[in-house]
Design a protein around this ligand. Structure first.
Ligand code: SF4
Ligand code: SF4
Length: 364
């Protein structure tokens, strides 16, 4: 098992005896439950935020609900800007601090568990996954782009990430502070909601094309266009947890590679380092052999006469538990230190929220 520690392409060996897994795999059931809980949480936050916006649009009359700070999880650029602000000044920003806490939490998840955020929590990832599954039912298959198209297209998300990183990297702490204090910065979340409420024909066409492409190509948005996923993918390269294959128990059936939505050659590697791996564990679920494929920490050498390696697999409950600890940990730290809510006076919202749709309004 010494080869567990290195990424090497294994030569095809003679047929090996299959030792069937003793227990049925539950990773996909657990993951889907986590995914839909997170979709429901986002739906609840979205509804509460909508009611909050309507209150201010009606001039502060009618039903009042408090602003759910969790909506800032949908402001990753604000999260990145605020993280830079914290890094440069050592101070927690006052506008959209929750965006930063959630952003840092999602980065930590990637550092520990590959891009698990994408496959376990991100609602866009959940819809993306269900779209390609629907596409497979409707068209009887998904398409795989040829390498010459796939590789440059995969670079697009890094270009988008580079674009944002360049702009934000070039901003001073004062510039970041000033931007967040503009009317646009203060109600960036309202503007995002308005984008979906008053979606124009062009946006509908673009979203429609993306939906169709997502039905045809597995995780089209995530694989080619999502700059957030690109950033998480880069952090995930440092993750100690990886999909690891034991060449001794593996029977080289190739099932893992065939089901991998990232199209990775799981059946030929001993560990998956790729930034595209989202720890979805679909490959693990498909593997018929006991202990042949696991999402695990690096194996530890057991000092004994046989010099065996101790495998440290991470089951679906462990993954879900770590994700929950990081997510709720970030929220709790932010709340306990009074950095969860954006502190903007009510009269400022009364002035700005009704005009968030109006691009000609000063600062919008
Ligand atoms: S290697 Fe496995 S865990 Fe990683 S993306 Fe492919 S199927 Fe998912
Ligand atoms: S699914 Fe992959 S890891 Fe499992 S036995 Fe087949 S080739 Fe080996």
């Amino acid at each position: 098992m010494a080869n567990l520690a290195a990424e090497t392409v294994m030569p095809c060996e003679q047929k090996k005896k299959l030792i069937r897994r003793f227990m049925p795999d539950s990773s996909q059931r657990v993951r889907h439950v986590v995914q839909w809980i997170f979709v429901a949480l986002n739906g609840w936050i979205g509804l509460q935020f909508y009611l909050w916006v309507r209150y201010f649009e009606r001039g502060g009359t009618g039903l009042y609900v408090s602003r759910p700070a969790g909506v800032e999880g949908w402001l990753p650029i604000a999260g990145l800007m605020n993280a830079k602000y914290l890094l440069v000044t050592g101070r927690v920003p006052t506008i959209h601090p929750a965006a930063m806490y959630l952003f840092l939490g999602f980065l930590l998840m990637s550092l520990l568990l590959k891009k698990a955020f994408c496959a376990w929590l991100c609602p866009v990832g959940t819809f993306s996954e269900n779209l390609w599954k629907l596409g497979r039912r409707v068209f009887a298959r998904n398409l795989y782009l040829p390498k010459w198209a796939d590789l440059p297209l995969r670079g697009l998300k890094y270009l988008l990430l580079g674009f944002f990183a360049l702009i934000i990297g070039g901003m001073s702490a004062e510039a970041l502070d000033d931007f967040m204090a503009t009317p646009y910065g203060l109600v960036a979340d309202v503007k995002m909601l308005n984008f979906f409420r008053d979606i124009g024909l062009t946006a509908v066409v673009v979203v429609g094309i993306l939906v169709l492409l997502s039905m045809l190509v597995q995780n089209f948005w995530c694989r080619y266009l999502c700059p957030y996923g690109a950033l998480l993918g880069l952090f995930s390269l440092l993750s100690p947890a990886k999909i690891r294959r034991d060449a001794e128990t593996c029977i080289d059936c190739g099932k893992c590679a065939r089901v991998c939505p990232a199209n990775l050659p799981v059946d030929r590697l001993v560990q998956i380092r790729s930034a595209e791996c989202s720890a979805c564990m679909i490959c693990v679920a498909a593997c018929p052999a006991e202990n042949a494929l696991q999402f695990s920490l690096p194996p530890r050498r057991v000092v004994s006469a046989t010099q065996r390696w101790h495998r440290r697999a991470l089951g679906p409950f462990a993954v879900a538990g770590v994700l929950a600890c990081i997510f709720f940990g970030a929220v709790l730290i932010a709340r306990a230190t009074n950095h969860w809510q954006t502190e903007v006076p009510r009269d400022v919202y009364l002035r700005l929220v009704p005009h968030a749709k109006d691009a000609s309004h000063p600062g919008m």
